[in-house]
Design a protein around this ligand. Sequence first.
Ligand SMILES: Nc1ncnc2c1ncn2[C@@H]1O[C@H](COP(=O)(O)OP(=O)(O)O)[C@@H](O)[C@H]1O
Ligand SMILES: [Mg+2]
Length: 507
Amino acid sequence: METIAVKMEKITKSFNDVKVLDSIEFKLKRGSIHGLLGENGAGKTTLMNILYGLYNQEDGEIFINGKKENISSPVKAISLGIGMVHQHFMLARPFSVVENVMLGRKSRRGILLDTKQTAEELKTLAEKYKMEIDPYSKIWQLSVGEQQRVEILTAMYQGAEILILDEPTAVLTPQEVDAFFETLKEMRDDGKSIILITHKLEEITSIADEVTVLRDGKMIGRRAVDSTVTKDDLTRMMVGRDVLFDFPKNTIEPGEVKYSIKNVCAKNDKGLPALKEFSLDIRENEVIGVDGNGQKELCEVLTGLRKSDSGEIILNDKKMVNKEPVYYIEQGVSHIPEDRHTTGLALNWSLKRNLILKELNKAPFVKNGLLQPKVIDKYWNETKSEYQIKSINGEEKARALSGGNQQKIILAREINLNPQVLIANQPTRGLDVSAAEYVRKKVLDARNAGTSVLLISADLEEILQLSDRIAVIFDGKLMGILPRGASTHEIGALMMGKKQEVASCEN
Ligand SMILES: Nc1ncnc2c1ncn2[C@@H]1O[C@H](COP(=O)(O)OP(=O)(O)O)[C@@H](O)[C@H]1O
Ligand SMILES: [Mg+2]
């Protein structure tokens, strides 16, 4: 039997006259896990959407099991044994697991099947691949990880022999990732061929048999993943240069406690308790990474965007509780908000103006009530070159910039204020590797300059890389504080509500 399950040759695709895939070659061996690696925007999803029949290529050919195919629709793809699980799930939330599976099947064969029998078959399949799931639970009752299992099971149920998974681990906890990888290995050993889209190098080195790297719509290389492949090799292929993964050790030790959060209680938007007697001390020159739910409310309380019910926030011996946002800015609390579109930037304002947004009534930018264009221009030009912001003249509206460049403006603005405290909420979300690296370096620079940093990130690697200590919240309470060098599993355990067993390093 043909050993190559998928062969894509010279695949080219443009959107609005912009070439996003340029003569891509892709080959998937049967019974293997193939990593498709690349930065944001490299073209990974587009290439796989073509294989799944969601888009048509302008040029190039696709062979499935050695036979040339015209994959004009997902229905065609499914009939060829190709399944795809997207980043955003496509399940019908009011329906049960088994109903969702049958919806897929009904559209394919036009027959309504017996629910009970389908549920049984589903259970067998789930057991085989170690994906525990109750066929009768409703989708809305399931965690994201469980919903993902339903998507995968649906594809398997439809007879997928080739399974495309688009950044599947993004929604999983470290423990779930382990179980998920076991499932993938099980499938591979069963002869299935799997394409794992990712931008995480660890996933390639830990599970892939082969890897294809895309960069800017071009195929950079394909190689077997054996013990000779290093993270550095993969990075160079992905980014086109070296990237610092292990940041230089911080030479400055954290100092005295500068910023204290004491017994803070606050409610979420639904009026339910989100923070329960939450306390945390952050020292000078210290980054504390925070993980777990309740983070959003915490950031809001710390920056005046949400009222707390009780508790205190103390910065340099000064109490600051339930003041207006501008008060916190004046006290030196900087904030990189989670959602840069609604709280970070004035999208219809120029980049220059956004840069000095928090200093619009202050010298040197304003004198005698008048803006000082020369001073502003000079400051803009310095910042633009330091942060490598891609802009024509700074007069463009913030709306016109890419996410990475928008984030750099916010970062420059917040860090140039020389803050006492920096609340950085998902500072690198949506950025590519190079931009993320720059943002992380800037956060560490602020730390080394004396700022107390509270870092919130869904990216555990980032937390581990930057934090002096790691605080984990569960159910609105502090579950424990882990030292630098803690493992993702220790964090994961606390995140799932397992109280800290290891010695606390809280001081
Ligand atoms: N439907 C679309 N319309 C226009 N541009 C698109 C569309 N889908 C993707 N793109 C563009 O194609 C490029 C590749 O995107 P994508 O395949 O999603 O990359 P990746 O999955 O590697 O992050 C990006 O520049 C993206 O903006
Ligand atoms: Mg993608």
